[in-house]
Design a protein around this ligand. Structure first.
Ligand SMILES: O=P(O)(O)OC[C@H]1O[C@H](OP(=O)(O)OP(=O)(O)O)[C@H](O)[C@@H]1O
Ligand SMILES: Nc1ncnc2[nH]cnc12
Ligand SMILES: [Mg+2]
Length: 200
């Protein structure tokens, strides 16, 4: 009986994973959604490119996006100790979020751009393959982090970032993106808690 109840509770949590913060109507999110420009067949035929830069053109909408991200992190992972941002578009939102939360910003960069000793992981993304690196001492053992990026497509980048942070001894409390491309089912690539502001 106890086992049955535990299983029920657990399956509920797993099913809720992509709904970490619920679905309350939020006018800020509706406006952010409308501002995200779509470019068909960029950078390759068949790719429908969602452009976060169109949100950044409007300070009020950008500020609202940052406020939504901050609220979600404060609600879901109050003990978070660092924001890990993925080069390059993840830096745009990762640095202001780290400042707002008053915690360190840790960059994960593409191969060969970070000085000093680095840890590496290779990965595939919607239109290619790449290698991610982090500076060896940038993530401490047991450090609780949120990983932030502009967009989740196939989930290859986010999975690689989770693997890298975990291999360095960090604990991923939340993977957070502005935009999720639902058809690509990227969040199935990794098992950490996940949340997205806008879903297409
Ligand atoms: O879920 P995935 O299939 O891995 O794709 C998502 C990633 O792809 C894009 O980055 P990109 O590597 O194009 O580089 P950029 O951020 O430097 O523009 C986007 O900013 C995400 O980081
Ligand atoms: N469809 C897409 N739009 C914007 N950035 C992306 N990165 C990977 N896929 C993408
Ligand atoms: Mg990117």
């Amino acid at each position: 009986m106890v086992c049955f109840i535990i299983k029920k509770l657990f399956s509920h949590r797993v099913n809720q994973r992509t709904q970490v913060t619920g679905t309350m109507a939020d006018e800020r999110i509706e406006e952010i959604t409308k501002k995200i420009a779509t470019y068909p067949d960029f950078p390759k035929p068949g790719i429908s490119f969602k452009d976060i830069f169109s949100v950044l053109l409007e300070p009020r909408v950008f500020r609202n996006l940052m406020a939504v991200l901050e609220e979600r992190v404060r609600r879901v992972c109050p003990g978070v100790q660092a924001v890990v941002g993925l080069e390059s578009r993840g830096f745009l939102i990762g640095t202001p979020l780290a400042l707002a939360l008053d915690i360190p910003f840790v960059p994960i960069r593409k191969k060969g751009k970070l000085p000093g000793k680095v840890k590496q992981v290779s990965y595939t993304l919607e239109y290619g393959t790449d290698v991610f690196e982090a500076q060896e001492s940038s993530i401490k053992k047991g450090q609780k982090v949120v990983i932030l990026d502009d967009l989740l497509a196939t989930g290859g980048s986010m999975k690689a970032a989770c693997d890298l942070v975990t291999a360095m001894g960090g604990e991923v409390l939340l993977c957070l993106v502005c935009i999720e491309l639902l058809d690509l089912k990227g969040c199935e690539k990794f098992s950490h808690p996940f949340d997205a502001v806008v879903k297409f």
